[in-house]
Design a protein around this ligand. Structure first.
Ligand code: GLU
Length: 490
């Protein structure tokens, strides 16, 4: 009997490259995982290939459908759309079982009756002898018929793969070069547990085979699994994909990236106000490069990216560089796109933007002053929301008795402008005229006015700010500031 793959989807004969991303849904999509997914996606796109998404949810205790949902959302947010899937390993148990049965029949796998307790004892002994822990091959040659008798009598064995006893596994990692592991370092891997569930390494093998994956791009933490997986693929007569193990991402201190460094998942960067293009651009450069180019469009990434140019050493995640890229994309992406992302953040912050300037105007005004969209939201609340308190330091400095006269006069001049005639130019003129009439510098009018209409000491230039805030709101707020000063002095 020959092993025939049951392909999970129809194979397009024109597709020569097929990659996959295979997250375990035990948490949010980590930036390391996001980068792996990106590299996998880019390689597929760059070779007119297909990208498959597979959810490795066999660990029922740690997997969570909500986490899956989050990972899918993050992938969508990053623009890493998949051509096939998502497929769920938990929905393929019957198929895994079918292959295991066939392997038992073919003598490629065997029932092993060593109990967990016995195995633990053997392991402890091996450790005490400073030997590498390896499961003994006691039952490797027990005839299948004998094993079946014991099962009929109520025993519950695991199923182990018959790993080759001699020779070695050699593969050319696309990132790390040649890797060779001697078979006598590998024991006979459990492929089905005593409770009947298939094990992780086995599911991966069957899936990579039946999803016709040509290039496996994954984290270097899986490098030890690769020789075992290759041996099973060989036993099935399945093609061996190219493997590419991507290095880890560390924090800026060179230690494993973790919560203590700040955000670690794509979702968190989304929530903190980063644009997906910035994160994607940052991640692609973290471990890969094309000359000294820093900014890449998607098309350029797809065109230039190659797996064999990926660095095999660990990278350091530098938030300031990501911020720099984010600001670049805030200011250089199509305004409408950024506005859409920004709208989401206003909603998150509970800011109603129906009464106020267009969000594209906000980006024009604040793009150069904000590293993230969250920062932009915080710096622009006064365009949409009235306030009754002023920033303390700004008020102390600028809302003093001496400000009453300029505020009253500028209010009078601004009030003379009709709504239709309320522009950058006319409001600027009003401020200038006020300063001239009072024979003071522009700042003596502009600063109190700024604090009056924005509540704080910093904002885009006054004319632009006034135009965006609008006539009626401006006049009300100037009056509020005058009242504030008068109340304080009374
Ligand atoms: N499910 C594995 C993980 O999330 C990936 C395995 C693989 O890519 O082969 O680490």
């Amino acid at each position: 009997m020959k092993f025939e793959p049951k392909y999970v989807f129809d194979l397009d004969p024109n597709v020569k490259v097929r990659t996959r991303f295979a997250p375990s849904p035990t948490g949010e999509l980590h930036v390391g995982g996001a980068r792996t997914a990106l590299y996998s996606w880019l390689f597929a796109k760059g070779h007119k290939g297909e990208f498959v998404l597979r959810i490795e949810d066999t660990d029922l205790e740690r997997s969570d459908p909500q986490k899956t949902e989050g990972i899918l959302k993050s992938m969508e947010w990053l623009g890493l759309e998949w051509d096939h899937g998502p497929y769920y390993q938990t929905k393929r148990f019957d198929r895994y079982d079918e292959v295991i049965e066939q392997m038992l029949e073919e003598g490629l796998a065997y029932y092993c009756f060593i109990s967990k307790e016995e195995l633990a004892e053997i392991r402890a002994q091996q450790e005490a002898n400073k030997e590498k822990p390896k499961a003994p091959r006691t039952y490797r040659d027990l005839p299948l018929s004998e094993a079946k008798k014991r099962i009929a009598a109520g025993e519950k064995p695991v199923v182990r793969f018959k790993n080759p006893l001699t020779g070695s596994v050699v593969f050319d990692d696309a990132i790390r070069g040649r890797i060779e592991i001697s078979n006598d370092e590998l024991d006979d891997l459990i492929i089905r547990r005593a409770d009947g569930s298939p094990t992780y390494n086995f599911c991966v093998v069957i899936d990579d085979w039946e999803m016709a994956i040509t290039h496996v791009v994954r984290g270097e933490d899986h490098i030890n699994n690769t020789p075992r997986q290759i041996n099973i693929l060989k036993a099935l007569g399945a093609p061996i994909p190219v493997y590419a193990h991507v290095s880890m991402i560390n924090g800026d201190d060179g230690r494993k990236l973790s919560k203590r460094h700040g955000a670690v998942s794509a979702m968190e960067y989304h929530r903190e106000g980063y644009l997906p293009e910035a994160l994607v651009n940052y991640l692609v450069r973290l471990g890969w490069g094309h000359g000294d180019q820093e900014i890449f469009s998607r098309e350029e990434m797809i065109k230039y990216f190659e797996l064999n140019q990926v660095s095999h050493s660990a990278s350091r995640f530098m938030v300031d560089k990501l911020q720099w890229l984010n600001q670049h994309y805030i200011n250089n992406s199509p305004r409408e796109e950024v506005a859409k992302a920004l709208a989401w953040h206003y909603a998150q912050a509970g800011v109603d933007t129906t009464n106020g300037p267009a969000l594209t105007t906000i980006i024009d005004m604040l793009g150069e002053r904000s590293k993230t969209l969250v920062e932009m939201v915080e710096k622009s609340r006064y365009f949409f929301e009235d306030f009754s308190e002023f920033d303390e330091a700004a008020a102390k400095k600028n809302l003093k008795e001496a400000a009453i006269e300029p505020l009253k006069l500028v209010k009078e001049k601004l009030a003379a402008l009709s709504t239709d005639n309320w522009t950058k130019e006319t409001t600027h003129q009003a401020i200038q005229d006020t300063a001239a009439e009072l024979e003071v510098g522009m700042g003596k009018v502009g600063m109190p006015l700024r604090v009056a209409v924005t509540g704080c000491g910093q904002s885009p230039s006054m004319d632009v700010t006034l135009e965006a805030i609008g006539r009626d709101r401006t006049l009300t707020r100037i009056q509020q500031a005058i009242d504030f000063i008068e109340a304080k002095n009374a």
